[in-house]
Design a protein around this ligand. Sequence first.
Ligand code: KIV
Ligand code: ZN
Length: 509
Amino acid sequence: MSKLIKIFDTTLRDGEQSPGCSMNLKEKIEMAKQLERLKVDIIEAGFAAASPGDMNAIREIASEMINVTVASLARAEKDDIDKAWESIRQAADPRIHTFIATSPIHMKYKLQMKPEQVMDQAEAMVKYAKKYVSNIEFSAEDATRSEIDFLAKIFTRAIKAGATTINIPDTVGYTTPDEYYEFLMELRRKCPALDRVAISVHCHNDLGLGVANSLAAMRAGATQIECTINGIGERAGNAALEEIVMAVNTRKDRYDYQFNIETTQIIRSSELLTSITGVKVQPNKAIVGSNAFAHEAGIHQHGMLSNKATYEIMTPESVGLTKNKLVLGKHSGRHAFNDKIISMGYHLTKGELDEAFKKFKDIADKKKEVYDRDIDALVSRQNIDVPKELSLERFVINSGNTITSTASVRIIIKNEMKEEVATGDGPIDAVFKAIEKIVGKRLKLEDYALNSVTEGEDALGDATVKLRENGHVYIGRGLSTDVVEASVKAYINAVNKMIYDQEQNKEAV
Ligand code: KIV
Ligand code: ZN
């Protein structure tokens, strides 16, 4: 029987901390639900002391998750630990994750503490956290640049104080697979108590070695791997969950380990995250990139036709890539739609189902065939919808290669109808300027992208708009078979998210 390795997902904490990846409350909850469907063992839901908004999001996630441990991060300080506990006390299986830096450079310049003080603080704070809950993780930040004897001592004391998981992070992505393996083996020799607790690793990707280091750590006895979807995280990111899991599953001959992960949920997890953050993975990204299972070259295609194993080391189906499976058409009824939604793992209320069915009918009217990915885009988008302070009534565009583009847009804002006309450099620019006039605020268009959800001439257009206001970036998404309409919807969605975010922050304070 292969050894079970736990997956600790930190997409909502380390991942969310990285630039351009922040999520609002609804988005975090939807992502957490997807992580539960993916069957990760532990979700690190956030850093409660960071802000009242973070605390609130962790609390909501903790009270919704049933089959997964929910961890909340805290510096090794009483106030942080109190807040961490406050955020997860409702969880079915709560964990406090407390950390302190242990490398000479961090202790001297960041903490301005002597090693003895760091050791005392770590021990005292593990004991302090223990009064709240038994499940305690202790992390030695920058462990791979720490002195090994010091680490052995601090871990021995943390374990004695009650830590049940010890995390040995490569915080700055500095180590290499062979060095990490030797380091962990030596640490286990110097600190035999480690063999009585879960040994965790948390590898950053600054040298592109996050996944390789995590694999080496498993060989050295790690029983928990910390990682993120699509490898998002501080700087170059964290080790990518999908790469670690598929590397082990594909090379069972080398790695006799198993995970609880439901691999067929990998693509959906990746796409949901992209849809929320607007940060696309590169096409050649392992496992989840759009080219990961594409075979262009004629010689490859020939081989594939004779025997798929010539160029395919894992099947696209194993990660949930359904070959654009045709699911429904415009004559499909509510029952067929409902069954499809359930088979995709969604649990919608009657109201949500009615709304999704209406959207599906609209799409099916315009598009001959509706695929799994269309439905996924529609439902996951609906679940993270924010209240519609602004809604589109209509728009008219006049554009061409010999005239200045003009757009007229009519929007309902809080039951009031507003209409504006603007000219611009092309139809999209004109229509965005007209909306900006209606909103009455200078909004910087940080980014705009248009993609298609599936292939084909009548594919759904998927527009992303990033708007910056007051140092915050708001990401809006819009779907339609008409690309201008998709863009208008995306812009309005970004404005609605801005309003929602500002309301949430007011409430949380
Ligand atoms: O990279 C790191 O060391 C961390 C710790 C807080 C675990 O994120
Ligand atoms: Zn980290």
